[in-house]
Design a protein around this ligand. Structure first.
Ligand SMILES: Cc1ncc(COP(=O)(O)O)c(C=O)c1O
Length: 425
């Protein structure tokens, strides 16, 4: 079977609304390697968009899922509960930053986690409005896309967004947007658009993912916390992309000295099985009446078994420290490439959540064309890279944190060659 043949069938069978970065049809995957149906082998620096932080098919995760599958795959926790669901909640309650009693709910996707965080904030505060940031990504459901701070392709044509959601600029050092600008944006909202006493929550990503891998500066996180405390607003940290060792700590908020009231997570939580969670202050999480939260598949047994194994693997293999080490070596490599690549205008990101941004050296305009060429040159050479950013001019690196040394070194070589090839046009 050829990729091109399946691609033709895909065009006939699947809505074009589901965008695709490649037409490489996966056949099998192991840790940081993927093979397609033609037998071609790739090094995977996408990890299913920050999902398999513990590598494709980690033996411990596979064993846990297989063992669970041999007993039962679904009972619906709301009908017949199971113990490992409670154990995972206990572990997340202990691990999520915040020195207070916490409770958790399980859902299935990151968007659903963000939806539920807003529902919980609304029912706990009795308020309606939510503040989010430009460039943010919180999913494709109605509230998820409304919270998202990017029109094309996420909102365009999809009609009226949810009411009472407001956006302010997110700090971007490299583009001259500061914490002061972001906070002034919120103050302006309070004067012009919404009474702070009507605001239920401020939601932010500790490192903007889809929006371009811009880390939230420490002073922004502190200022949001102070503003929330002043006005009785709840602070929601969306750790869907930053979670589970990616940034060099279990959660990116471990790098800050204030904590969110509510944390959303998904992606890296269950090593590739669909599982998401919302963890927050116990009294806030208890505000909804029984039946108001949950869903048929929320906390599916296979995802729960996988997630308990993922947490074990992160601990046993010291993946937080490994993320910091790999990220620092990746940044060194990018700095070396920068010496001969004036198109590189920024290299950033905590831990192994690293990105490189490209701009035209003459005009300083974001250069999506160059960025796309780097990605395609890398793909030709067997390295899967992802782009991101509101202008599509950022390459984000999201390899499994378990990547073996030899594959990491090979990927660094391909990256260097691909940037050089992109410069040749
Ligand atoms: C920060 C953040 N929040 C929410 C989502 C939505 O997650 P999902 O695609 O699982 O709905 C994403 C997905 O990329 C994300 O990066």
């Amino acid at each position: 079977m050829l990729n091109t043949d399946v691609a033709k069938r895909r065009d006939e069978a699947i809505s074009r609304g589901v965008g695709m970065q490649t037409q490489i049809y996966a056949e099998r995957a192991l840790n940081s390697e993927v093979w397609d149906i033609e037998g071609n082998r790739y090094i995977d620096f996408a990890a299913g968009i920050a999902v398999v932080n513990t590598g494709h098919c980690h033996p411990k995760v596979m064993a846990a899922v297989t063992e669970q599958m041999s007993r039962f795959t679904h009972t619906c926790h709301q009908v017949l509960p199971y113990e490992n669901y409670i154990r995972l909640a206990e572990r997340l309650n202990a691990a999520v930053p915040g020195d207070f009693k916490k409770k958790t709910i399980f859902v299935t996707t990151g968007a659903e986690a963000c939806e539920n965080a807003v529902k919980i904030a609304r029912v706990a505060t009795g308020r309606n409005a939510v503040i989010a940031f430009g460039g943010a990504f919180h999913g494709r459901t109605f509230m998820g896309m409304t919270l998202t701070g990017k029109v094309e392709p996420y909102k365009k044509g999809f009609g009226t967004m949810m009411p009472d959601v407001f956006h302010v600029p997110f700090p971007q050092d490299v583009h001259g947007i500061s914490t002061a600008d972001a906070m002034a944006g919120i103050e302006k909202l309070f004067k012009a658009d919404v009474d702070p006493a009507r605001v239920a929550a401020i939601i932010f990503e500790p490192v903007q993912g889809e929006g371009g891998f811009y880390p939230a500066p420490a002073d922004l996180v502190k200022a949001i916390r102070a503003l929330c405390d002043k006005h009785g607003i709840l602070m929601i940290a969306d750790e869907v992309q930053t979670g589970f060792a990616r940034t060099g700590t279990l959660f990116a908020m471990h790098g800050h000295d204030v904590a969110a009231d509510i944390t959303t997570m998904a992606k890296g939580l269950a090593g590739g099985l669909p599982l998401a969670a919302v963890t927050g202050r116990a009294e806030i999480m208890d505000a909804a009446n029984p039946g108001g939260l949950g869903g048929t598949y929320g906390g599916n047994p296979l995802g729960i078994a996988a997630a308990n194994a993922v947490l074990d693997v992160i601990e046993e293999e010291d993946l937080c420290a490994r993320a910091t080490e790999l990220g620092s070596r990746l940044k060194q490599k990018l700095e070396a490439i920068r010496a001969t690549t004036p198109e590189i205008c920024d290299i950033r990101g905590p831990g192994f959540m690293v990105a490189v941004e490209f701009a035209n050296p003459g005009t300083k305009e974001p250069d999506a064309g160059f960025t796309g060429r780097v990605r395609l040159e890398a793909l030709k050479r067997g390295l899967i890279l992802l782009t991101c950013g509101v202008y599509g001019n950022v390459i984000r690196f999201l390899a499994p944190i378990t990547i073996p040394e030899a594959h990491f070194a090979e990927a660094m070589g391909i990256l260097e060659e691909s940037v050089a090839a992109a410069r040749l046009g």
